[in-house]
Design a protein around this ligand. Sequence first.
Ligand code: NAP
Length: 282
Amino acid sequence: MPYPLICLGFQSYGAKMGIDLSGKVVIVTGGAKGIGEGCVQKFFDSNATVISFDLDSSSLANQNSKYADFESRFSSQVVDVSNEAQVEDAVTKVLAAHGRIDGLINCAGIQTYGSVTDTTEEVWDRTFNVNAKSMFLTAKYVAPAMITQKAGSIVNISSVQSLMSQKTVVAYAASKGAINALTRASAIDLAISGVRVNAILPGSVDTPMLRTSAEMHRGEKSIEEVLADWGAGHPLGRIAKSSEIGDLAVFLVSNESAFITGQSIVIDGGLSIQVPVILPGK
Ligand code: NAP
């Protein structure tokens, strides 16, 4: 007799594991590719209505085709999220179509390289405009609807490079540090209204951005070999899938995370917990 009881218990636990965001409206910036695309898929799978904002119109067109049978639950807009007028217009359209916004997942970002002496002002400004200013702008236009609703969750994709660094990433690393500070400051402003703001800090994630970096630095190696090498630097022995970042974003929009705000949450396979010292003979 104990066997059926164990099965019932397991089924009930399994049902609880899937987060259901039916009725929730979620914007994902940078949603056409990489981590954003992973977030779009995970929110869609959680029954949310998803709006994908991206600059890349051809990838958005592919995404529109993918979700063509689900027009009521998926749409997209070509938006430069570093441009205030475009962000205001895009958010206004979402509110006109859906009447509410429950989640804002800020994934749009660019990787730039340069040391403190050779980074140009143009690269610095572009990096900050796309990576940090965009997250301020989207929150500025989305948060009023969340405040009216007295509920909402904003998730900013930062990076472990906001906590630890490497050579020639001055503007990128600084922009990611700015995201963590923006997250804390806006979380405090919005907490009284029931709106939460958190940052996700990934290690390496298999996306077009990471593959472009691998191409730049691969030397004689193939891109797959470079990604495997980078994966080996993470204690779990691999880089992440964009869907794994999407799972965390879904959790941070759900009521399962209702008491979490202002946090910088690391998801890096242990990359940031290790000391780079190998004992002799190990
Ligand atoms: P990705 O593969 O390059 O995808 C980013 C998407 O954002 C692209 O479709 C890109 O379009 C779009 N985008 C760029 N600038 C935009 C703008 N101004 N307005 C609207 N859309 C814009 O990058 P990813 O690797 O998924 O990275 C997503 C976020 O995660 C970034 O903030 C990145 O810094 C962060 N992150 C990534 C990793 C990683 O290992 N991949 C690790 C830590 C943090 P275009 O291609 O046309 O520019």
